[in-house]
Write a protein that binds this ligand. Sequence first.
Ligand SMILES: [Zn+2]
Length: 410
Amino acid sequence: MMRSLPALLVALACLAATLPLRAEARETLAITAARIFTTPGAPVIEDGVVVVEGDRIVAVGPRASISVPANARAIDAAGASVVAGFWNSHIHLTRPVLLTAAQQTDAALQNELQADFTRWGFTTVFDLASTSDIAAEVRNRIASGRVHGPRLLSVGDPFYPPNATPIYAREFYEAFGLPSAEITTVTEAAARADRQLAAGGDGLKLFTGSIVGGPREVAYMEAEAVRALTDVAHRHHRLAFAHPTDQAGLEVAVRNGVDVLAHAAPLMGEWSPDYARWVASTGAALIPTLALYEEAANPRTPAATAIQQTRAFAGAGGAVLFGTDAGFTDAFDTSAELRLLEQAVGWRGVLAALTTAPAARFGESETRGQVAEGYIADLVIVDGDPRDAIQALAIVRTVIRDGQVIYTRP
Ligand SMILES: [Zn+2]
C-alpha cells in the first residue's frame, strides 16, 4: 500500500531528527590513563584503557596490552577511576517535570533526568512506583534517543492494601488526580498486576506494610494477596518488591515470595545473626535506603539500626542493592547513601550494590554490571579513588550508556 506523501515526509523528517544521536552512538571511544575497577572483587587495573565500539566494551586492560583503534575518540581519564554504570534500584518519577513528562520538551526532560540521576552516574534506574503512563512516556523518550538519561525500569502503579494509601502519598494522588492504587480483592489485584506486566511493567511494588498513620499506624497486605501478586510477577519472569516498614510487613513479604525489600526496617530494631540469616535464606535482596533514615531523623527509625540490619544481612550472604528513594526524597546527591552504606558493607560492597549485585538480581549479569569485554558499555568516570574515599563515586566526570556519552561534567 502506498503511503501519502505528507506522511512520508513526516516519517523522513523524524528519521532525520534521530540520525545525529544514532550516529553519535556508533562512535568508537578509548578511555585512557584510567584506574579501572572491572568488578568489585577483581584487582584494580592501574593506568588502563577501555575501548568501546557501538554499544559494547571491546577491550579492557593495562595500557601496554591494548591497541587503540585509530578512529577512536580519546577520553583522557588521568587521575580518574572507571567503574561500571550505576544502578539506582529505588527511585520514583515524582518530580513535577517528570509527572507532566508528556507536556515537557525534550530539553526540559533531559535537564530534570540529568539533575536527578544522570549526573550521579546512574545508567539504570528502577522506578518503584509512579504511574504506568508516566513511566511509559519517560521511558519512550529516553529509548528513542531524543532525551539522554538512564535506562528506565519501572513497576508503574503500586499495590496498596485496601483503604491504605500511605499517609504521605495521599495529597500527591489528589493533587495530580492519579487513580487509586489500593487493591480491593485478591482477584482484582492479580488481574491488574497481570495487565501492568503484560503492558511492559518491569516488576510489581507491594506495600506489605503501609504507613497509614492514625490509630492503625501500619496497614498490612494479607498473605493471600502478597502470594497472588508475587505469583503473577514470577509468571511474567519479573520481580516483586515490597515496602516492609516493620517486622510484620517484612515477614508477610518474604514468606510469600517477595524478591526485593525496598527499605531496611529500623522500626523493628536490630537483627540478630540468626534473623539476618533467615531473611537472607528467603532469597530476598535488600535496598536499605540508609540516608532516608538519617535525613528523617526519627528516633523510632534510627539510621544506625538500618546500618546494623544491612551489615548483618550482607554478612549472612544477602544481596544488597543501592537505592536512595530519590523522588520521594529530594536528596538526589548520593554522598550520604555512599557514606552510610560503606559503614555497613565496605567499599567493595558499595560498588557491588551499585553494579554487579543489581545486574545479578535483575537477571543481567551476563551483559551489565562489569567493565569487561563483550559487556554493554555502561560506564562511569569518577574523580579520585573510591578505595581512599567512597565519596569519589559521587564526583562524576562522564557517564556513558550503551556506548554513548550521555553526560559530561561542565
Ligand atoms: Zn520509595
